[in-house]
Design a protein around this ligand. Structure first.
Ligand code: NCC
Length: 335
């Protein structure tokens, strides 16, 4: 399963769904946090999200193994007899739990457009984590293209901040701090998960189950510590409207698609491909629904295209330069 080849169309499909879900998720989450004065507990939403992802991953594992008996055997081997692996996966699950909670804090205090734009800083942060944690190197050109992409996506996604009145008080500073934390968490947890996933032949669904199990524990502790007293009074599902259920569902589906995308590409490519998917879906909306294209969109698209081209350029062979440099230095020191 680990190196099972998949078609480019399948990758493109996963990327497009992931990106569309992420866009819908951000807007719906913002709506549920600001449109009504009856607020649900965001910690419970993050916790339920982990439970749904665990159930979905179990279904996928049954599909992958072919039947329930083999699925059970796989679970016994990888869950009950592998406490070290569970511990390993508890690291990203803790970091993702913080990140997912931060998204609620940020979107409760900042406009969705401002959030989307600032959150793009995760692209260079992910690149930095990839270099540091996976020992990959990026040429100067690739670094430049990463920042160019960040700027391009910012312009492509830019929509004027909403002018509608929100029902709750907002604290923009808290919102920006939450985004900063989310950016670092997204980069670190994404690359950590990728490292664990690609360092062994273990199935993606098993890795997900390992991660979501500790995710449930961690997020449940978050529920008790943060909102425990109020939940005892009002109930776990207080304030859950159909919109809130949709947000939880989108978060689960988005998370599952993210894991598939990381499996078949990598975290930096996820950033680049997500940008391409945003552009393609906007162009599709222009053709299908007659959406107006703005100058900012065109500029952003141009930057994204240039950045994708630059990122793909072959790296300069610096090894030859370095060895010639070493020889020269040796000659000089021997003199
Ligand atoms: O920020 P981002 O992803 O890197 O966050 C990754 C999300 O995927 C979940 N995940 C990751 C790995 C894995 N094996 N299983 C998972 O469930 C994590 O729990 C985390 O929620 C992006 O690249 O922009 C992306 O953004 C999120 C989301 O929009 C932001 O985090 C804002 O809250 C998208 N998630 C959803 O749309 C629900 C994600 O698809 C893409």
């Amino acid at each position: 399963m680990a190196n099972e080849p998949v078609s480019t169309w399948f990758k493109l499909y996963c990327l497009t769904v992931m990106t569309l879900v992420a866009a819908t998720y951000t807007v719906s989450l913002r709506y549920t946090r600001t449109a009504s004065s009856v607020l649900y507990f965001s910690t419970t939403a993050v916790c339920i999200n982990e439970v749904i992802k665990l159930l979905l991953s179990l279904v996928m594992l049954v599909r992958e193994t072919g039947d329930v008996t083999r699925c059970k055997a796989s679970l016994v081997q990888h869950i009950f007899r592998s406490p070290r692996e569970l511990l390993k996966l508890s690291v990203p699950s803790l970091v993702y739990a913080i990140q997912n909670n931060m998204a609620f804090v940020a979107l409760s205090n900042l406009d969705a457009a401002v959030y989307q734009v600032t959150y793009q800083l995760k692209i260079p942060c992910t690149a930095l984590c990839t270099v540091l944690m996976l020992n990959r190197s990026l040429s100067r050109m690739q670094w430049f293209s990463v920042f160019l992409l960040c700027g391009g996506v910012t312009l492509v996604q830019w929509t004027p901040p909403e002018s509608t009145k929100v029902q709750v008080e907002q604290n923009p500073l808290l919102g920006f701090v939450a985004i900063a934390v989310a950016v670092v968490c997204s980069g670190f947890a994404g690359v950590y998960f990728e490292k664990v996933l690609k360092s062994a032949d273990t199935s993606l669904w098993v890795r997900n189950i390992q991660m979501y199990l500790s995710g449930i524990v961690v997020t449940f502790i978050g529920v008790i510590v943060t909102d425990g007293a109020e939940i005892m009074e009002k109930g776990f599902f207080y304030g859950y409207t159909p919109w809130v259920c949709m947000v939880v569902f989108l978060a689960s589906v988005g998370g599952m698609y993210t894991s598939v995308v990381v499996k078949y590409t990598d975290n930096i490519m996820k950033g680049f491909s997500a940008a391409a998917a945003i552009i393609l879906s906007t162009i599709a909306s222009v053709i299908l629904f007659g959406l107006q294209i703005t100058m900012t969109f065109v500029t952003g698209t141009t930057l994204v295209c240039i950045s994708i081209y630059m990122y793909g350029l072959p790296k300069q062979d610096t090894s030859k330069i370095t060895s010639t440099h070493k020889e020269e230095t040796q000659k000089l020191t021997s003199v």
